[in-house]
Design a protein around this ligand. Structure first.
Ligand SMILES: Cc1cc2nc3c(=O)[nH]c(=O)nc-3n(C[C@H](O)[C@H](O)[C@H](O)COP(=O)(O)O)c2cc1C
Length: 181
């Protein structure tokens, strides 16, 4: 892996403002292929992806809660649907697949974002809107599109990151780095 590739991975951020142009079919196909090949607990592949490009539907879904209002302007969203049989490992697998899609989108020159539909009743509404069976878990989505800005349209300040010393210990919890990182 080249250092440029590593930098692409490091620099992946949440994009919430997109050009309305459709995401080309070959880009979507490649992202879905990345999703399909993501590793999962016991290789259960507990996922299904609903590709959403319909503007009215995206607008309706974006109204589920204010924190995802930017979804209405995304050209494409993938609703992540899980089998709903193994909550812990499925949550882990869901995070892995979402992040891989974001990283792959970035590598292809696209921006991506993740979001939650909301609480159980909002999840149930999203499932109804998308025709997802009730017994499945559907709580998150990934948006994809060309980024027109990295600003947060909700007016929230962009976050930096905690310092390295705060998040890493060596050999034992609380042992700070000396000259290692
Ligand atoms: C599990 C999860 C749920 C998220 N849900 C939302 C959401 O509902 N709405 C939203 O705008 N961002 C959501 N985000 C995005 C986070 O706010 C974002 O990853 C974080 O602020 C870091 O953004 P940055 O990498 O651009 O600094 C979610 C992220 C994760 C990992």
């Amino acid at each position: 892996m080249s250092s440029d590739t590593v930098e692409t991975v490091r620099a992946v951020r949440q994009i919430r403002r997109y050009d309305p142009d459709p995401v080309p079919a070959d880009v979507l196909r490649r992202l879905l292929s990345v999703a399909r090949w993501t590793g999962s607990s016991k290789n259960t592949q507990p996922w299904h992806f609903v590709v959403i490009t319909d503007r009215a539907l995206l607008r309706e879904l974006s109204g589920l809660r204010p924190n995802i209002n930017w979804l209405s302007r995304a050209p494409l969203a993938l609703a992540i649907v899980l089998d709903g049989t193994a909550p812990l490992s499925e949550a882990y697998d869901e995070g892995r697949v979402a992040e891989r899609i974001l990283v792959a989108a970035s590598a292809l020159g696209y921006g991506g974002g993740v979001g939650f539909w909301g609480d159980e009743s909002q999840q149930a509404t999203a499932k109804r809107m998308l025709g997802i069976p009730r017994e499945r878990t559907a709580r998150s989505f990934v948006t994809i599109g060309k980024a027109i800005s990295r600003e947060d349209p909700r007016g929230l300040r962009r976050g930096g990151r905690k310092p390295m010393e705060e998040i890493v210990s060596y050999e034992r919890w609380g042992n700070a780095a000396t000259k290692r990182a």
